[in-house]
Structures are given as structure tokens and as C-alpha cells.
Design a protein around this ligand. Structure first.
Ligand code: NDP
Length: 294
């Protein structure tokens, strides 16, 4: 048996198209053009790539992209002042400060300064708290993408055993809440977990968000399980380049699982698409409009 490959590229393209259709509709019916402001501090090459792709996809969906670039040695007070101006700007509905921030800047303080209504990364403690309490919230994009991918192969997650490996604020913790909202039974594992392979073998749904290349082996996976690989690891190749691998041994997983996401071409594709979803949702909520149909 070979697992179904969950094609994040196609699913993300479909999601972006649905966002674009809703953006066109709110523009037509309500004269609303959602705006996303992305703040990049310093010139980390990976962050430059992410920010460029976010801006391009924002414009492609019919929204306005505002880009703010600040030097790595910017004073925290100046960064906070920019966040304050974006909070007050009515043409900005989403604010994203690209992480990680350079040394000397307190990312928790900066994230806490973002208006929760515009916090499209879902990392502000108000949104994290609302999500944990089961209220409506702007939700971190990567876990949101994980749920959408899972639902392409599982009509219901109710009663399924889900194992999340990794407990970061960015992925693992919000994913717990989203899976609980879907009525899954959730276990969250981390570096101190005892017998991770044994836990994994009981899981119908496996989410690997660790940052360790191919850590989850094929013989850890319950036959037929859905495996969502969040990990992005760069390994050197013989010709001096790098290749991307996930946290799951993909070829092994393909032989056992029911469905698997590839790396690249899986979760990573969904993260920016979900950022567009969040920006549209934030714009509608700020304007007092009903939730968009996406
Ligand atoms: P963090 O480093 O913040 O968290 C890693 C987690 O893995 C921690 O909870 C850690 O446990 C746990 N862990 C480390 N070693 C082990 C182990 N041996 N066994 C079990 N658990 C372990 O990472 P992130 O959540 O930010 O990212 C995880 C991965 O996902 C990375 O590869 C990252 O690049 C990728 N990523 C991909 C995104 C995408 O769009 N596809 C978006 C965000 C991240 P402990 O808490 O005990 O230290």
C-alpha cells in the first residue's frame, strides 16, 4: 500500500483563489480592500524570501501589501512606534512582524504591542488566550494550514487520537486547541517525552513540528494514519548545495501511512495562504461584516 500524498501546492492554490474571490466580493459589496503590513527588521536572507513571497501573494489576492524595512540596529522604541502607527492606520487590517527579530529586540514585547484585531500571526497573548479558551480568535497560520490539510483526507477528526510532536507557541500549542475544537483526543510530545515511538504508534493523526530531520520513522506510524510534516530542515548535499527534508522519514512513511504531506510542497505552502485568510477575516471583523466564506 502507498499512502496518499497530500499536495499542499494544489490545496494552497485553491485556498488562495477562494480568498481572492472573497476579496473581490467585499470590495464590490462593501468597498473594503484588506491591507496587510509586513515589518522586516534586519536582512536575514530566509526572512527576506518569506517577506517577498508574502507581499507577492497578498497583491495577487487583490489585497494591499505594505512593507516596512528597518535596520537590524533599530531602537526598540522606534519599532514599537511603527507598530503603534500601523495599529492606528485604517487601511491596515493585518500586521505581521517577521520573526525572529535581531538580538536586542524583545519579540514578546513587540508582538504584545500589536492590536489583537490586526494580529494575523495569532501570536499576541490575547489571541492565544482566546483560542485556548475556545473563543473566536486569529489563529497562527501554520497550525491552521495543518488542519485544512488534514481535512482534505479525513471528513471528521472527531474521536481520533492525535499526536503533536513539538510544543512551540508557533505550532504545537495552538494546534492542540484547533484539534480539540475538532473533537480529536490530543497528546502533545516534546523533548522530555518518554517512549515517543510507542505514543506515535497509537496515533491516527501525527503532526511533526520538531526541527529534526527525518526523526519520525516509518515503524513509528500506525498503518493508515494521517501524517502532517511541519518540519523544514536544510541538509547539505554532495555538490555543496542543500536539500529540504521534513521531520518525518518520508519514503518510509509512504509505505505505512494512509496519507502524508511532502517537504517541500506540503505544510509550507499553506502558511502564507492562511495568512491571507487571516487578513481577510481581520478586515471583515474590523469593519463589522459577517465572517467571509473562507
Ligand atoms: P521550536 O524549536 O520552537 O520547537 C521544537 C519543539 O520540538 C520543542 O517543543 C522541543 O521540545 C521539541 N523537540 C526537540 N527535540 C525533540 C525530540 N528529540 N523529541 C521530541 N520533541 C523534541 O520549533 P518550531 O515549532 O518553531 O518549528 C518546528 C519545525 O517546524 C522546524 O523545522 C521549523 O522550521 C518548522 N516550521 C515550519 C513552518 C512551515 O510553514 N512549514 C512554520 C513554522 C515552523 P522542548 O519544548 O522540550 O524543547
Amino acid at each position: 500500500m502507498t499512502a496518499t500524498i497530500i499536495d499542499g501546492k494544489i490545496i494552497a492554490a485553491d485556498l488562495r483563489a477562494r480568498v481572492a474571490a472573497e476579496v473581490a466580493r467585499v470590495g464590490r459589496e462593501h468597498d473594503l480592500v484588506p491591507g496587510l503590513a509586513v515589518v522586516l527588521v534586519g536582512n536575514d536572507p530566509a526572512s527576506e524570501v518569506y517577506v517577498g513571497s508574502k507581499a507577492k501573494q497578498t497583491r495577487a489576492a487583490g489585497m494591499v501589501s505594505f512593507e516596512h524595512r528597518l535596520p537590524a540596529d533599530v531602537a526598540e522604541v522606534d519599532l514599537l512606534a511603527l507598530v503603534g502607527r500601523l495599529n492606528a492606520d485604517p487601511s491596515v487590517h493585518g500586521i505581521l512582524v517577521q520573526l525572529p527579530l535581531p538580538k536586542g529586540l524583545d519579540s514578546q514585547k513587540v508582538i504584545a504591542a500589536i492590536d489583537p484585531a490586526k494580529d494575523v500571526d495569532g501570536l499576541n497573548p490575547v489571541n492565544a488566550g482566546r483560542l485556548a479558551s475556545g473563543f473566536d480568535a486569529l489563529t497562527p497560520c501554520t497550525p491552521l494550514g495543518c488542519i485544512i490539510l488534514t481535512k482534505t483526507v479525513r471528513s471528521s477528526l472527531s474521536g481520533l487520537n492525535a499526536l503533536i510532536v513539538g510544543r512551540s507557541n508557533l505550532v504545537g500549542r495552538p494546534l492542540v486547541q484547533l484539534l480539540l475544537n475538532e473533537n480529536a483526543t490530543v497528546t502533545i510530545a516534546h523533548s522530555r517525552t518518554v517512549d515517543l515511538p510507542g505514543l506515535c504508534r497509537q496515533a491516527d493523526l501525527v503532526y511533526a513540528a520538531v526541527g529534526r530531520p527525518e526523526m519520525v520513522r516509518g515503524d513509528w506510524i500506525k498503518p493508515g494514519a494521517t501524517v502532517i510534516d511541519v518540519g523544514i530542515n536544510r541538509l547539505p548535499t554532495a555538490d555543496g548545495k542543500t536539500r529540504l527534508v521534513g521531520d518525518v522519514a518520508y519514503e518510509e512513511a509512504l509505505k505505512v501511512a494512509g496519507a502524508v504531506t511532502p517537504v517541500p510542497g506540503g505544510v509550507g505552502q499553506m502558511t502564507v495562504a492562511c495568512l491571507l485568510v487571516n487578513t481577510l477575516r481581520a478586515a471583515c471583523a474590523i469593519r463589522g461584516l459577517p465572517k467571509p466564506a473562507v
